[in-house]
Design a binder for this molecule. Structure first.
Ligand code: CTP
Ligand code: CA
Length: 222
């Protein structure tokens, strides 16, 4: 497994990373979210910083200490994350979308706490903008790396995201496998480019981050 040369390989390279979940408010006291811990994105930020990169981490709400030397922008909702990331992407060489962005948000946020009344509550959801696709279609465009969390047909769905969102690389993880993915300490990935697929075997998220960054560097420099 390839590993980065600490403090050298990414010298002078600016990396923007999104990490963690987003929270989509329903009313002043409630939100919809997911189980993302942010660990993979924070590991990527730490590994990149240690390899000499200038790192900006746009982070949803997580229980993690930001890695030293990393500029952190804290956000809550997908719309906030979208603004924080897209407004900074032109100043970065590489974008890695590691966040588990909520695909939908409640159409409107109630001004007051919704009172319990009927037996059913219907919350209408509308689609959030796709941060990764928007950055991949922007100009100037950083080198774009996506993640694909899948529970089935991992290769098919990951490659579909690679072409549909016009990405340079996509790192797929099978979140259905036990002990990896959301909220786990370890992870394994299969990284697809247009032409090849490379497997990063199960390891700590920091080791997987280093391996992914060394692959990213090879493709970035091509
Ligand atoms: N992503 C994003 N903004 C969104 C949704 C997803 O930037 N609104 C990014 C994620 O950070 C990830 C990639 O897109 O890098 C793929 O996310 P994923 O949820 O696997 O794919 P989706 O395109 O949302 O499709 P689906 O959830 O239906 O699989
Ligand atoms: Ca999604």
């Amino acid at each position: 497994q390839q590993q980065l040369n600490p403090s050298q390989d990414y010298a002078g390279i600016r990396i923007l990373i999104t990490a963690g979940p987003t929270r989509e408010p329903i009313d002043p006291v409630r939100y919809l979210s997911n189980h993302s811990s942010g660990k993979m994105g924070y590991a990527l930020a730490q590994a990149a910083q240690q390899a000499g990169a200038k790192v900006t981490l746009v982070s949803g709400p997580v229980n993690l200490t930001p890695p030293a030397g990393v500029a952190v922008v804290k956000v809550m909702s997908a719309l906030e994350m979208h603004h924080a990331a897209t407004s900074r992407s032109a100043e970065h060489d590489i974008f890695i979308g590691c966040a588990a962005v909520a695909d939908y948000r409640p159409e409107s946020v109630a001004d007051n706490k919704i009172k319990k009344s009927n037996d059913e509550l219907v919350v209408k959801m509308v689609k959030n903008p796709d941060i990764l696709a928007d950055i991949a279609n922007s100009e100037p465009r950083p080198f774009c790396v996506g993640f694909a969390a899948e529970t089935q047909d991992v290769e098919h769905y990951a490659k579909d995201k690679l072409t549909r969102k016009k990405l340079d690389l996509i790192a797929a993880n099978d979140v259905a496998k036990t002990g990896q993915g959301f909220n786990a300490e370890h992870n394994s990935l299969t990284v697809f480019s247009k032409t090849d697929a490379i497997h990063i075997p199960l390891a700590s998220k920091l080791d997987v981050a280093n391996a992914l960054l060394s692959l990213v560097l090879i493709h970035y420099k091509k």
